[in-house]
Structures are given as structure tokens and as C-alpha cells.
Design a protein around this ligand. Structure first.
Ligand SMILES: Nc1ncnc2c1ncn2[C@@H]1O[C@H](COP(=O)(O)OP(=O)(O)O)[C@@H](O)[C@H]1O
Ligand SMILES: [Mg+2]
Length: 170
């Protein structure tokens, strides 16, 4: 049995390329119904990360992956359907159904910026990627939510590109 503290790890992302490596390795583990929460301040790189995952999932580079700040939800077609939401402007969890997010998440791989404050109302299971500014580039903490999240995070910790540097636990 894995312990609680095993389902989280942190990495240094000194360059955009390092972020894209993490995005590619996570993309390889995701399947329909999985949800990735992206947290961290404006400019931390949440949308940049999602763009990287979308490319890794086969969305052609000629198709733009824009921030869904105003649209709230964007959909893309890769080897799987992809939903990219930004809940920054959402004030109440009841609006999640108005924008159809929960139904879309069942049928897609989901990426939700600013979603953790709605917690289980968005998804009980999944992965939380918390991005932060660092002296060099960014750093990220990857944390599991629920059983499926744990499976993904443990696989990612195992299979992660060795060039992506681990940070010691806090
Ligand atoms: N590891 C990194 N090092 C340096 N800059 C990065 C890194 N990852 C992403 N960026 C840059 O940070 C910016 C983040 O913007 P964006 O993804 O829109 O942020 P958010 O969605 O979190 O508000 C982008 O210009 C991107 O090129
Ligand atoms: Mg964004």
C-alpha cells in the first residue's frame, strides 16, 4: 500500500522545454475521463502547460490552443477529445453545469485552470499540477486526487524524463 505522502512530488522547470517534457510525460498517461487541475498565479504557465499536453496528444500545431478565460471551455481533438476550462471567472459551483463542464469531462481528457476551489464539484479524482514562479523559470508540484489520480502520479513519478529535476520534499 502506498502512503499518502507518496502521491505527490515536486520538480524544477528552469526552462519552457522542461515544462514541455513534463507535459509530454503526463500526456502519455492520460485517458478519457481523467482530469488535471492546474493551479498557480496568473502567468505561472498553466495554459502553456495545457498547450504542451495538447500537442503531445496530437493536436496539430496549426490549430491555436488559446486561454479559455472568456470562453470558459475550449474543446480540441487529439488522439482523444480534450476539454480545456478556465474557471477564474466562475463564482458558483452551480455554473459548472450551465457551461456543461461535468458532462464534457466524462467524454474527454480534461484540463481545468483555477478549478481546485470548486474541488469535488469538478472532479473527485485526478491530478493537481501546481505551478509557481522560481528563481529560474518555474517549479511544479504534482499531487494525486483519489485512486485514479494516485495511479497517474505514481506512474509519472516512475516514468518521468530523468532530465526533469526532482526537488526534495518540503
Ligand atoms: N518553465 C518555464 N520557464 C520559463 N517560462 C515559462 C516556463 N513555462 C512557461 N513559461 C512561460 O510562462 C508564461 C505563462 O503564461 P500562461 O501559460 O498564459 O500562464 P497562466 O495560464 O498560468 O496564467 C508563458 O509565456 C510561457 O512561455
Ligand atoms: Mg491561463
Amino acid at each position: 500500500m502506498a502512503r499518502e505522502e507518496d502521491a505527490s512530488f515536486a520538480v524544477a522547470l528552469p526552462t519552457r522545454r522542461a515544462t514541455l517534457r513534463l507535459a509530454r510525460d503526463l500526456a502519455a498517461l492520460l485517458t478519457k475521463g481523467d482530469v488535471v487541475f492546474l493551479e498557480g498565479p496568473l502567468g505561472a504557465g498553466k495554459t502553456f502547460f495545457v498547450r504542451g499536453v495538447c500537442r503531445a496528444l496530437g493536436v496539430p500545431s496549426r490549430l491555436p490552443i488559446q486561454s479559455p478565460t472568456f470562453a470558459l471551455v475550449n474543446e480540441h481533438e487529439g488522439r482523444l477529445p480534450i476539454v480545456h476550462a478556465d474557471l477564474y471567472r466562475l463564482t458558483d459551483a452551480s455554473e459548472l453545469d450551465e457551461i456543461g463542464l461535468r458532462d464534457l469531462l466524462v467524454e474527454s481528457v480534461g484540463f481545468v485552470e483555477w478549478g481546485e476551489r470548486f474541488g469535488d464539484a469538478v472532479a473527485k479524482d485526478g491530478v493537481v499540477l501546481e505551478l509557481a514562479l522560481a528563481a529560474q523559470g518555474r517549479r511544479a508540484r504534482v499531487t494525486a486526487r483519489g485512486a485514479r489520480g494516485r495511479t497517474i502520479v505514481e506512474a509519472l513519478a516512475r516514468d518521468l524524463d530523468p532530465r526533469v529535476g526532482r526537488l526534495a520534499p518540503p
